[in-house]
Write a protein that binds this ligand. Structure first.
Ligand code: ZN
Length: 298
């Protein structure tokens, strides 16, 4: 069985910590480099549910996309929810390793996995990493579709291929517009709007879009309309867990390590329910309701 330090060295090759954003907190959070690793669990969020799942599975290493502590802390007391995670992991000899923005920009990275889940052909990074002479690393991906789809059909494909969440897929723009090229970015993508417009794509699939940025983006038709598809943050990053697990499997085979590599299917998106609107739009009042105020029975 390999030591944690052996496995971490390989993870560091895939996602070097030095390629993470300066504000990020990646790398090994918990773990003794000399402990043996036989079983590994990949997940998006280092939350208690996932730590409990790692214990149940008998994992020796948990690899997550999101950091546990992003801004530093002065306590890991088990009375705090993050401290409870730390206690659970240490008591059960489970290491925690994080690959966040260094996995976003990797080749292959988080957005390659997202594009792959939707059967999109990756053409190039949306925001290339200037330090990569091959031009393959960077944030987001610009992709082509084999056959054009309407925005509505692309949203349906995303809803079908990404793991189910309460949110589903929200669309901004004309649902019947044709999509031949689409930019994708796993996680919060509204900081990439300028690059999306410059890329000249027909649509942008990402997560966490807000009213004002989305409203202004869809109103600006200076370079033609670009539809927005907004999925749950967790759902856009989860495909990376499968990609990363396959990469570690391949490394394990190469070294003859015999690692057992798992991907958590626990939905850790914070949104747990969605109520579709049923009240008629105020712009189209139902017959006979235009002149009366809403009553308690409405
Ligand atoms: Zn994220």
């Amino acid at each position: 069985m390999p030591l944690l330090s052996d496995v971490i060295a390989e993870l560091e090759n895939l996602w070097p910590a030095g390629r993470a954003e300066s504000w990020d907190a990646v790398g090994t959070v918990v773990g003794d480099p000399d402990q043996e690793v036989g079983r590994v669990l990949f997940a998006v969020d280092p939350v208690q549910e996932i730590a409990d799942e790692a214990v149940k599975l008998g994992a020796d290493l948990l690899v997550t996309h999101h950091p546990l502590y992003l801004r530093g802390t002065t306590t890991v007391a088990a009375s705090t929810f993050k401290g409870r995670v730390v206690h659970t992991l240490i008591k059960n000899d489970i290491a925690l390793h994080v690959a966040h923005t260094n996995a976003d920009t990797a080749d292959p990275g988080v957005s390659d996995a997202l594009a792959g889940a939707l059967d999109l052909r990756v053409v190039r990074p949306l925001v290339p990493d200037p330090t990569d002479p091959a031009g393959r690393r960077g944030l987001g991906r610009v992709c082509e579709l084999d056959h054009p789809l309407t925005v509505r059909e692309l949203a349906a494909r995303a809803a079908e291929r990404l793991p189910a969440t309460a949110q589903g897929i929200r669309v901004a723009g004309d649902p019947e517009a044709q999509v031949r090229t689409v930019a994708v970015s796993g996680g919060s993508g509204d900081s990439l709007f300028e690059a999306v417009r410059a890329a000249g794509v027909d649509a942008f699939l990402t997560a966490d879009l807000r009213h004002h940025p989305a409203s202004e983006f869809t109103a600006d038709r200076s370079r033609g309309p670009v539809a927005l598809l907004d999925a749950a943050h967790w759902a856009t990053e989860w495909p990376w867990c499968e990609l990363a697990a396959a990469q570690l499997d391949e490394i394990s085979d190469r070294h003859g390590w015999g690692l057992r590599v798992h991907v958590s299917t626990t939905v850790t998106d914070p949104w747990t329910a969605h109520a579709a609107s049923v009240r008629p739009s105020p712009a189209v009042p139902p017959p006979g309701s235009a002149t009366r105020a809403p009553s308690a029975t409405d």
